[in-house]
Design a protein around this ligand. Structure first.
Ligand SMILES: *Cc1c(COP(=O)(O)O)cnc(C)c1O
Length: 383
């Protein structure tokens, strides 16, 4: 049996062959005009995707490094902050804060639900908060938070809004400057179609101002060093040059497609996946579903861990299961970055095939039919 590997996870995502090949070129040194030219193109491309005129700094780390850098560059020990915890990744901000002696007031949201910006607004009035930490797409539940609404309430306070857009960037709309989001962080292995290893952070003037009073210890992640180096088209430490070469290719592709088109493509993928799953009687998990990931409740009587395992080990298609408390309760389709409708058709077919064999009652093919119908109405073709 031929088993073709297909990643339908919310990171890492498939890297296009063109990008992989660009990273196979022989290495060149990074303190050279050649690298500076490349890096300046990349910095411009990042601004386009982050929807900002501010510098986007490139760090060599996984996404969590950018989350930690936000914390250590903005705050001092004992500072009071608000953390929106609606899943594993919101929770991580709280964990980072605790590790650095930050007083984190957690707004705990039930898994599958989104935060109400007004709740954050009210909380802000009850204390002397320096910052609000949130995710754009909470990857563990598939929820996208109302970042525009959150930015509105945080704008009216002295606090800054930090948004983890590690999985959401380039899938769910996020207008950093227009909406007034103060800090945006992201990573390479999701919507940007690259291997893991790069993280990004952009700060606006309000956030840079706050860095001036921050006293938490930092060295590798001292963003002032990155900003200083950037003036010379450089990074303070050796950059992951290979990944930066790939990043330039990825950003060029996204720029050529157009921001609205990229977001709309993801919206279509998410909509068709939701239609397919509900057509076979499954229930969606997220009340405010992201364009990057679709999470679905495992039906009663079906072993959700087995479902994902058989699809991966026997069919070669990797979906994501539930994390932590949600293990076995939900499964997730990642449909971000280099993912097309016809990749998802395979994913939907695999879910139907294995659910049927596990004894779930539905009409085989109903999911695919619903999927096709959304594509028929939403995708523009020449015929
Ligand atoms: C993937 C992800 C992270 C973690 O990033 P790492 O690259 O594993 O450090 C953080 N937040 C969100 C929302 C994510 O999807």
């Amino acid at each position: 049996m031929i088993k073709k590997d297909l990643l339908l996870t919310p990171g890492p995502t498939t890297v296009p062959a063109k990008i992989l090949l660009s990273m196979a070129e022989p290495l060149f040194h990074h303190r050279t005009p050649q690298y500076q030219k490349l890096f300046s193109e990349v910095c411009e491309g990042l601004k386009f995707v982050f929807r900002t005129k501010h510098d986007v700094l490139t760090l060599t780390s996984s996404g969590t490094g950018a989350m930690e850098s936000a914390m250590v560059n903005l705050l001092s020990a004992g500072d009071q902050v608000i953390v929106v915890d609606a899943g594993k990744f919101g929770e991580r901000f709280g964990d980072i804060g605790k590790a650095f002696g930050i007083q984190c007031d957690i707004i705990k949201i039930p898994y599958g639900k989104a935060v109400d910006p007004q709740v954050v607004g009210d909380k802000l009035k009850s204390g002397n908060y320096k910052a609000v930490f949130t995710t754009l797409c909470e990857t563990s539940t598939g929820v996208v938070h109302d970042i525009q609404g959150l930015a509105k309430v945080v704008c009216n306070s002295s606090a800054v809004l930090i948004c983890d857009a590690i999985s959401g960037l380039g899938a769910d709309r996020l207008e950093m400057d227009e909406w007034g989001v103060d800090v945006v962080v992201s990573g390479s292995q999701k919507g940007l179609m690259l291997p893991p290893g790069l993280a990004f952070i952009a700060l606006n003037d309000k956030a840079w101002k706050l860095t001036e009073t921050s006293e938490l210890p930092k060295f590798y992640y001292n963003l002032a060093q990155y900003k200083k180096a950037l003036k010379k088209g450089d990074t303070p430490w050796t950059p992951a040059t290979t990944l930066v070469v790939g990043l330039n290719e990825a950003l060029k592709t996204m720029h050529a497609e157009g921001y609205d088109e990229v977001i709309d493509r993801h919206a279509r993928l998410a909509e068709s996946t939701r239609a397919a799953m509900t057509a076979i009687g499954l229930e969606l998990f997220a009340e405010r579903p992201s364009n990057a990931v679709t999470s679905i409740k495992v039906p009663t009587g079906i072993d959700g861990v087995k479902l994902v395992k058989v699809i991966r080990d026997e069919l070669g298609i990797t979906l994501a299961g539930g994390q932590g408390d949600m293990k076995g309760q939900i499964f997730r389709f990642g449909h971000l970055g280099y993912c097309s409708e016809y990749d998802l058709v395979s994913g939907v077919a695999a879910v139907e095939q294995v659910l049927d064999r596990l004894g779930y009652k539905f009409k085989l093919g109903d999911g695919l039919t619903a999927f096709q119908k959304v594509i028929r109405s939403r995708q523009k073709l020449s015929v």
